[in-house]
Design a protein around this ligand. Structure first.
Ligand SMILES: NC(=O)c1ccc[n+]([C@@H]2O[C@H](COP(=O)([O-])OP(=O)(O)OC[C@H]3O[C@@H](n4cnc5c(N)ncnc54)[C@H](OP(=O)(O)O)[C@@H]3O)[C@@H](O)[C@H]2O)c1
Length: 407
């Protein structure tokens, strides 16, 4: 990192960092990059949900000032594991927000789900560089988050590989000359599976992503392709483009992550191996480039890159998400909350795989026409949508009976 790019106020020229969700898949990759360059970074705070043991290990290794577990029942375990280290420990939702308030120049938002909204907003309101992995935050409250970022001079740095790709080739000064962008999708583990065979897939099969190693929730979202739907909404907010100008193309090799079509016919794309350390490093070093240990893309070895249109019949979630984006108001908030509930129920084996999209669609129908004017509205609608979606999940087994209920 060049000294002239280091934000003022950083101790000994280090970039001060906080990692929200440090024990997760994105979080651990971030920890690895930070740990590799101890002279470049000073760690302010780390946050996890329940994994006090790993959190304490990370906090000790990175010499963090503050470590927080959201789950209050894990406080004692965290406190004991940090005993004698001088690192402050805390627990609970308010402490998570306090962690985001620590004076980090750069904050990784990698909590999963809308639980990440309050701490992400806290970092945004401090005017920090916010590396945004948590797409659910943008889906449930994108307009509020982007407005707050503008008001407080915060910079949102997209971490999702597709959005990070677009971010790298999207020349904002020439945005009038951008026709559309393309997000690529691997197609997930069931890309070639017949619809009739998708009804009985298990969570164990669904979390096995062919190219990426990720947390359980996003892996299921990838299998249903709701992930790409959430990403279309995220891209809408990050790049200020309407749904028709955000295309999705299935690209099973996951080498091309995103493309920008310019009006002169030029298409700029970003490529790389499917390894989250590359987009994370792109945001961690931003505006400079720093090394990442990701395997370098070997095009000759890949031999061919293929592209195909997504299949709307087998992957209805993408259509449902687009419809929510076009409907606007509270629809994306409802979509996100219902999806979080449906995915949790699927992971719990209480509903079947095809029920996920059906539950989301039913919840959207039940709560259509809702408006969002404030953060309080987001929280209220998120809670209501969870309640409605929960009613649709019930305690059903993932059997034919369950599918019939949504058929
Ligand atoms: N994984 C990827 O490659 C990838 C790529 C692009 C975007 N993303 C996005 O990045 C986010 C994180 O994904 P992931 O795959 O890293 O998820 P993950 O492996 O499940 O990790 C989630 C992290 O959030 C923490 N957490 C969960 N609930 C929390 C709460 N209520 N309060 C505080 N912390 C909480 C978890 O702590 P515990 O460990 O204690 O449970 C963990 O550290 C998601 O929004 C995902 O869509 C991920």
């Amino acid at each position: 990192m060049r000294a002239d790019k280091i934000p003022a106020g950083s101790p000994r020229g280090k970039r001060r960092v906080t990692i929200l969700g440090s024990t997760g898949s994105v979080g651990c990759n971030t920890v690895e990059l930070v740990e590799a360059e101890p002279d470049a970074y000073a760690v302010e705070a780390l946050v996890a949900h329940r994994n006090a043991e790993l959190l304490a290990q990370q906090a000790r290794r990175l010499k963090a000032k503050f470590a927080v577990v959201a789950d209050e029942s894990k406080y004692r375990a965290l406190k004991d594991a940090l005993s004698g280290s001088g690192i402050e420990a805390a627990s609970g939702a308010q402490a998570v927000v306090e962690a985001a308030a620590y004076p980090a120049d750069w904050v990784m938002a990698a909590i999963v789900g809308s639980a990440g909204l309050a701490p992400t907003l806290e970092a945004v309101r401090r005017g920090a560089l916010v590396a945004l992995a948590n797409k659910e935050v943008m889906v449930c409250a994108g307009e509020l988050v982007t407005a707050e970022a503008k008001r407080h001079g915060a910079r949102l740095l997209p971490v999702d590989s597709e959005h990070n790709a677009i971010f790298q080739v999207f020349h904002a000064d020439h945005s009038h000359a951008i026709d559309r962008i393309v997000l690529t999708a691997s197609g997930g583990p069931f890309r070639e599976r017949a619809l009739k065979d998708m009804a009985d897939v298990t969570p164990e099969q669904a979390v096995k992503h062919p190219n990426w190693s990720m947390g359980a929730k996003i892996s299921i979202d990838s299998a249903t392709m709701m992930n790409k739907g959430l990403e279309v909404i995220e891209a809408h907010h990050l790049f200020d483009l309407e749904s028709e100008r955000i295309e999705v193309v299935v690209h099973p090799q996951s080498a091309v992550h995103g493309l920008v079509y310019y009006s002169d016919g030029s298409v700029l794309a970003q490529l790389g191996s499917p390894d989250m350390r590359t987009p994370i490093a792109n945001t961690l070093g931003w505006p400079n480039r720093i090394p990442a240990p990701s395997p370098k893309l070997d095009l000759a070895k890949l031999a061919k890159l293929t592209f195909e249109a997504p299949d709307p019949a087998r992957f209805p979630a993408l259509r449902i998400a687009r419809e929510a984006l076009v409907a606007g108001g509270g629809a994306p908030t409802v979509l996100n909350a219902a999806n979080e509930i449906a995915v949790a129920a699927f992971l719990d084996k209480r509903v079947g795989f095809l029920d996920i999209a059906a539950i989301v669609e039913r919840t959207l129908e039940a709560l259509s026409g809702r408006r969002i004017d404030s953060l309080a509205d987001v929280y209220a609608l998120d809670a209501e949508a969870r309640e409605v979606a929960r009613r649709f999940t019930g305690n059903r087994a993932p059997s034919g009976a369950s599918r019939a209920a949504f058929g």
